[in-house]
Design a protein around this ligand. Structure first.
Ligand SMILES: [Zn+2]
Length: 272
């Protein structure tokens, strides 16, 4: 039984760069033209990935929509062979992996980390609050964290499609991952789009290659040094009070920055 997970965010899909100078909790706010386009583009990318996985011998393909409220895709337009994952939000990020035996994860629509120069809609989880998250002194983003958590279950990232800035970060995380550039990132809400037909056919081909390839999982070695910097000192102080109930947390170089030595993945999940 070959099972695959498709993890879907929205900011990295083709044909989307966000609304100019929009400030919202989600990088692409509900109800904007960019949101409609992102849903349509994500649906196309997911469908070609589903087709490629089944063509490569998959028995089961599960789709995890994790953008904002986590309910963006219209499943009436998604290949009916794929299943929609309904996540228990009281559980830690990616804890559902223990209920499956995925061969690998296909990442659609992920984006570059907070602080990335020119990364289209770059952010890390909460674009308002979080300036960076570092493990052992290195800034990491959502692709890195999700991949490293999946590694705890032996599940590798196998494919990612996003803008060129995010694709570089993916390859830094794991150079074996098969990647496709969906657009060229030019700034916060700027991108040069590629031809849609070419992007979709490259995703189809890339996912087929990824399914045929042996790719190793990635995971952090614990204990590891974790640092998080918040835009607001109020948020940092409040988070410090919350985390200190369970962890030994200290300020970093200033009152925006919290530092902790993580002992395991569950401690990491508290920050995601
Ligand atoms: Zn998102």
């Amino acid at each position: 039984m070959k099972e695959y997970l498709i993890a879907v965010d929205m900011e990295g899909v083709h044909g989307v760069k966000g609304e100019p100078y929009e400030v919202s909790v989600a990088a692409i706010a509900l109800g904007t033209p960019s949101y409609q386009q992102a849903v349509a583009s994500a649906t196309q990318e997911v469908n070609v990935a589903v087709e490629a996985l089944f063509a490569s011998g998959a028995d089961r393909v599960v789709i995890w929509d994790n953008h904002a409220a986590r309910d963006n895709l219209d499943f009436s337009k998604i290949d009916p062979r794929a299943e929609k994952l309904v996540v228990d939000r009281t559980k830690g990020r990616l804890e559902f992996l223990k209920d499956f035996h995925f061969e690998g994860i296909v990442f659609i629509g992920y984006h570059s980390r907070a602080g990335s120069i020119n990364g289209t809609m770059a952010h890390t989880y909460n674009g308002f609050d979080i300036q960076y998250m570092k493990v052992n002194g290195k800034q990491l983003g959502e692709f890195d964290f999700d991949s490293h958590i999946a590694g705890e279950y032996g599940v590798p990232p196998i494919f990612a499609a996003s803008d060129d800035v995010c694709v570089r970060q993916v390859l830094e995380c794991n150079p074996d991952v098969v990647t496709v550039v969906t657009k060229y990132a030019k700034g916060r809400r700027k991108a040069d789009f590629r031809d849609e037909t070419e992007v979709l056919s490259e995703i189809a081909e890339g996912v087929r290659q990824a399914a045929a390839k042996k790719i190793s999982p990635v995971k952090f070695t614990y204990p590891c040094a974790f640092e998080i910097r918040y835009s607001s000192m109020d948020v940092a102080e409040w988070r410090m009070a919350e985390f200190s109930k369970k962890l030994t947390v200290s300020y970093g170089e200033d009152a925006h920055t919290l530092c902790v030595t993580l002992q395991n993945v569950d401690e990491l999940r508290m920050f995601l």
